[in-house]
Design a protein around this ligand. Structure first.
Ligand code: T4K
Length: 374
């Protein structure tokens, strides 16, 4: 079994060439403008609009994904309502609901994609339901058609937590004949630009929304909801992305094709290495290969592999997403209601993947897993 001489973390952030970043800093210095809708942020917003094929009027940037979600939910008028979502996600998805006074109602997930099941969600719709929040978990694409049908049938909003899904596009084409971004689905989608994501802006979040009228509201909310010097129109907060974040985002965006290609190489190296191992099932189906989730036969095996990788190999895999949200204190009211999610959360492990992780190391990690599990 290989013990790496340095720790291998589940991920490492991509860092753009320092010279390029320094050139960007020169610009920030000469602007003497650090936040509050500065020129670098506006440039980043334009570049994102071009990359996603979505008009700038339908985007808003924030200082992190969690506040983007919170303000997105709030702007959609979800306070005081029930919102159906998945327990198989990071706590931010539901915390942001709780923080605006909406009640998360947890429905079970699809065993293959590990995303919220539209059928399970439909069974929980009541007159108090205002929205459904599916998560493209690991970048795996939710049943977007199924949720669109629910949105239409019940008049509920569909808001995707797409924190993991930047760079995912579908075979369908948009109006200009380009590949359709995952951001085109639902009433709103949130992408996280945290450094643990394949694309990042140090910290950051992006909302993409169908109704361009929301932009002004969101721009206000992220800036305390003050309007000029004399007016405050709502209870806003400070959720602005600053110029250094925007600079990092813009520099990383220049490399997005390489970032995606390298993730694919890492994924394929794992796939080849696990091809002869019946103890490991790979459950990554997305284009962006943002995470490498694998499933074991039971909880004990997963725990054993997780610990041995750490102790014997210096490899720090993570149990994303275990425990389930419904096992955390704020959500125990729903404990035991989602058996598929419970089962998968107890068996899943996410292995290291990031830009520049040597493919020989990927093979060694997979060989270690195979040795531990056999
Ligand atoms: N919705 C979903 C579905 C999400 O997964 C998330 C965030 C959100 C919403 C909210 O978006 P943000 O508000 O975060 O934009 C991490 C991240 O903090 C979190 O962003 C992410 N999901 C979640 C799945 O994972 P931790 O506590 O596991 O991260 P941490 O600090 O242990 O980092 C993991 C590894 O990455 C470290 O062991 C080493 C490496 N690392 C990390 C950082 C921050 C680095 O090498 N350099 C770094 O700068 O939560």
């Amino acid at each position: 079994m290989k013990h790496f001489d340095h720790p291998i973390f589940v991920t490492r952030p991509y860092l753009p060439p320092l010279e390029d970043f320094k050139r960007g800093l020169d610009e920030v210095w000469s602007n003497q403008w650090l936040t509050n809708n500065g020129p670098v942020l506006q440039h980043f917003q334009k570049e994102l609009s071009r990359y996603l094929g979505i008009p700038e009027s339908n985007l808003a940037l924030f200082n992190n994904g969690t506040l983007a979600l919170e303000l997105g939910y709030y702007a959609m008028g979800l306070s005081g309502s029930e919102v159906i979502t998945t327990p198989f996600t990071f706590v931010a998805t539901s915390h942001a609901l709780m923080r605006i006074g909406a009640k998360p109602v947890f429905a079970d997930i699809d065993p293959e994609t590990m995303c919220l099941s539209p059928e399970a969600a439909e069974r929980l719709i009541t007159p108090r339901t205002k929205a459904i929040v599916p998560v493209h978990v690991y970048g795996n694409v939710c049943d977007v058609e199924g949720f669109a049908r629910l949105g239409e049938k019940y008049g509920v909003k569909i808001i995707y937590d797409a924190a993991h899904a930047f760079g995912v596009d579908l075979a369908a084409k948009n109006a200009k004949g380009a590949k359709k971004s995952i951001a085109c689905f639902g009433d709103m989608s949130m992408f996280s630009f945290h450094p643990t994501k394949l694309f990042h802006s140090c910290e950051g979040g992006l909302l993409v929304f169908k109704d361009a009228a929301l932009q002004e509201k969101l721009f206000n909310l992220r800036n305390f909801a003050i309007k000029g010097e004399l007016e405050c129109v709502d209870v806003g907060t400070n959720a602005k992305m600053n110029e250094l974040q925007a600079l990092m985002g813009a520099e990383c965006l220049k490399q997005i094709d390489d970032l995606l290609d390298y993730r694919l190489k890492v994924y394929r190296a794992y796939e080849d290495a696990f091809a002869d191992c019946q103890h490991v099932k790979m459950v990554q189906h997305s284009r962006n290969k943002a995470y490498i989730p694998i499933l074991f036969k039971d909880f004990a095996t997963r725990e054993h592999v997780y610990l041995k990788l750490k102790e014997n190999c210096n490899v720090f895999s993570r149990r994303y997403f275990y425990p389930l949200l419904t096992d955390f204190t704020p959500y125990v009211y729903a404990r035991g209601t989602c058996p598929v999610a419970e089962n998968l959360a107890s068996r899943v492990l996410t292995l290291p993947t990031y830009h520049g992780l040597p493919l020989e190391d990927v093979i060694e990690i997979a060989e270690n897993v195979k040795e531990i599990v056999s």
